[in-house]
Write a protein that binds this ligand. Structure first.
Ligand code: NAP
Length: 357
């Protein structure tokens, strides 16, 4: 035990963006001890040499993935790997007695066939036989699946766009207040959304002073969002989701347009709906009507800020939602889920207020 906390945790994919955030958040967590750091290219390096701006007291080595060793030294694992890789490891980690939070999309779909279709490239190089684990995994939108997460041994943390986009609309869909077809989601995110592995479109010279849509119609997160909206409404829903890359490192804004079933509802009524749903949720805040959130307000925090407005001229409701894509959209929500699994306050060790500006 490194700092006397009671749960040992392995961070797999430690050298990437999700891994770095996980280490930053777990380093001073009162209930988790980091006992294993795993990666591939950077395996063999001492952590403090690799990452002098985030030193760890015991300066561990980054190791190649070794399931036997992980099972010996850890009770929990957080996986922050490119899509597809978690499914190579998770069955053995579970057999080794670990409880796992996966930040990739490998276990977000209840149907393995659907994952094979949506993640075609990743599916084409592996034969997955873990249909049962797709069914067993709990979708880790913390506020939504709290009680299932608590007892789960495998939690699939949601994508960043689904997190920001689903939080404002699920309470409305759940209560039948929103038309379930025709929802439009317009999202903006920064370059860290693409991870640390170099990509041409994420070069400063490409992304700076520019804004562009990508994944129009076919973005993989569309089906993930639709899986939840369909589950909640009991009807197959189809929605429009368009992400945009904006020139900033971190942050995500989703603006969601829908139609109210009852055109008499005011913005204040809608705010009350959201506020009563999230009143006891420490990581969600609903803003007063007329105040719209900025990504900077939640930078480096595990908080989502939501607002709602109604345009009575056309019966549309407009939700805005901001998160830090690497915290509430990835590693922070992963740790929120670990807290829930281990029986602690869900926000334990998670920053909720930013340093501004
Ligand atoms: N970025 C976001 O905003 C965001 C939000 C939500 C969810 N996600 C999901 O979270 C996951 C991680 O994303 P990220 O942005 O953190 O990615 P990233 O920055 O590219 O990091 C990937 C990590 O995986 C390690 N890795 C790659 N291949 C490996 C292998 N064969 N064996 C062991 N380790 C390997 C890399 O280590 P080496 O380079 O040292 O080999 C690195 O530590 C992805 O599935 C992503 O879709 C990302």
């Amino acid at each position: 035990m490194v700092n006397g906390a009671s749960n040992r945790i392995a961070i797999i994919g430690a050298s990437g963006y999700g891994g770095l955030q996980s280490i930053r958040l777990l380093k001073d967590h009162p209930k988790f001890d980091i006992t294993y750091l795993g990666a591939k290219r950077n395996a063999g390096k001492a952590w403090n040499d690799f990452c002098p701006y985030l030193p760890l007291d015991h300066n561990p080595l980054i190791e190649e993935i070794n399931i036997e060793k992980i099972s010996e030294v850890a009770d929990f694992a957080i996986l922050s790997l490119p899509n597809g890789l978690a499914s190579d490891l998770v069955p053995d980690l579970l057999d080794g007695g670990l409880r796992v939070v996966d930040l990739s999309a490998d276990y977000r779909y209840r149907s393995l066939e659907q994952w094979n279709q949506i993640y075609l490239k990743e599916a084409s190089v592996r034969q997955r036989n873990d249909k049962h684990l797709c069914l067993e995994a709990v979708y880790g939108l913390s506020e939504w699946n709290f009680s299932k997460i608590k007892t789960s041994r495998l939690v699939a943390s949601p994508g960043c766009f689904p997190t920001a986009s689903l939080l404002p609309i699920l309470p409305f869909l759940n209560q039948g207040l929103l038309e379930y077809q025709g929802i439009i989601i317009d999202s903006k995110t920064g370059t860290s959304g693409g991870g640390r592995t170099p990509q041409e479109k994420l070069l400063l010279s490409e992304a700076a002073e520019s804004i562009a849509p990508y994944g129009v119609i076919g973005h993989r997160h569309t089906s993930e969002i639709e899986q939840l909206t369909s589950e909640v409404t009991g009807q197959q829903t189809y929605l429009q989701f368009t992400p945009h890359l904006v020139p900033m490192a971190k942050g995500l804004l989703s603006t969601v347009y829908g139609r109210l079933r009852d055109p008499g509802l005011t913005a204040e009524d809608c705010r009350t709906v959201l506020d009563s749903f999230y009143r006891n949720q420490p990581c969600i805040e609903v803003l007063p009507v007329g105040i719209y959130p900025a990504t900077k307000w939640v930078r480096n925090t595990n908080r989502a800020l939501l607002s709602v407005q109604v345009d009575n001229r056309n019966g549309r409701v407009i939700f805005t939602s901001v998160i830090d894509n690497l915290i509430k959209g990835q590693a922070g929500q992963g740790i929120q889920n670990l807290n829930i699994m281990a029986g602690y306050e869900q926000e334990l060790g998670l920053p909720l207020v930013t340093f501004y500006p």
